[in-house]
Design a protein around this ligand. Structure first.
Ligand SMILES: O=C(O)CCC(=O)C(=O)O
Ligand SMILES: [Fe+2]
Length: 318
């Protein structure tokens, strides 16, 4: 896999250029590639990111073992009620257009987590990969900070509480004649999302108006910009539109959501508004309220698609 991009695939960034100290040229190229991708559509893939390949494979294997258990067994790890999101085993409500089952975890040692006993290594591996992805989140956040031209550590200091980060192991059942599967097109509400998937495929991202399949590549991690970065940057960087389309085979993936603490106030930064004479494209909001509205979309889907709440809810239209 070569660093770069072409029209029909998603750009790939080799992070080793950014981790080495003596590679100014490679770093500059990588930063340009990321800036372009985030300005146009909000996604790219990373390689040489430091998350061990074996661990990624093992995590996918273990979630497959778990999701293959009978329902009764899986439902023993069902959500606790007071978490900001339902931790543990869950599936999309029957009336949802999204068809999948998932297992949601918070950072290691969170009191919300409800890990199953089996498979025995599930917890250890999920916690280990969570720690790696959390570090990768910090790294990507600092890269995005620099690409946006913000003062060093601005995003790190703004987003200083890791307890709202979460990760989901996802399983999409094989589609059949009368049963669809997938996730309808959406943007993620958080700051930055990472996705890694098995070899089945189905993830697509919208680039210049076209749906581009993300071809599974061993060890690659897909990076999506989320709504928080889009709002802070006053839409300089775009929240990626993506979906998972119907597959005849069962599919497994992981999505890690580098998130934001719920009390944080999110609004376009003055660097992208006042200081450059641009009007804000969004009104400010408390992040936790937005996250709750999005949870409601899932648990009580509105009957009309136009009533689903996403970031346009806070958009200022003149
Ligand atoms: O399963 C995937 O590849 C993507 C999942 C996703 O987009 C999400 O959970 O928000
Ligand atoms: Fe998503």
């Amino acid at each position: 896999m070569k660093q770069g991009m072409d029209e029909f695939s998603i750009p790939t960034v080799d992070l080793s250029h950014l981790l080495r100290k003596d590679d100014d040229h490679g770093k500059k190229k990588a930063m340009e590639l990321i800036t372009q991708a985030c300005s146009d559509y909000g996604f790219f893939q990373i390689m040489n990111h430091g998350v061990p390949l074996d661990l990624m494979k093992q995590a996918l294997e273990l979630s497959k073992t778990f999701f293959d258990y009978p329902d009764e067994e899986k439902r023993r790890s069902s959500p606790t009620s007071d978490a900001p999101l339902p931790a543990g085993y869950n599936r999309q409500p029957l009336h949802s257009p999204d068809k999948n089952e998932y297992f949601l975890v918070f950072p290691p040692h969170s009191s919300f987590d409800v890990y199953p006993q089996n498979p025995p290594q599930f917890r250890e591996v999920a916690e280990e990969i969570f720690r790696h992805l959390s570090k990768t989140g910090l790294l990507l956040e600092s890269i995005i900070n620099e690409c946006l031209g913000l003062r060093p550590n601005f995003l790190k200091e703004f987003n200083d509480d890791r307890s709202w980060d979460f990760m989901v192991a996802l399983h999409y059942w094989a589609a059949s004649e009368n049963e669809n599967n997938g996730i309808t097109e959406h943007e993620d509400g958080n700051c930055i999302t990472f996705v890694f998937q098995d070899e089945v495929g189905g993830l697509q991202v919208r680039k210049n108006g076209e749906w581009i399949p993300v071809i599974p590549a061993e060890g690659a991690i897909v990076v999506n910009i989320g709504d928080v970065i889009q709002v802070l940057s006053n839409k300089k960087f775009k929240s990626a539109t993506h979906r998972v389309v119907r597959q005849e085979r069962s599919r497994y993936s992981y999505a890690f959501f580098y998130n934001l603490q719920g009390d944080k106030w999110v609004e376009p930064l003055s660097e992208f508004t006042k200081e450059i004479g641009e009007a804000p494209k969004y009104r400010g909001f408390k992040y936790g309220e937005y996250q709750q509205l999005r949870v409601r979309n899932k648990s009580h889907p509105p009957s009309r698609p136009e009533d689903v709440i996403h970031i346009t809810h806070y958009e200022i239209t003149n």
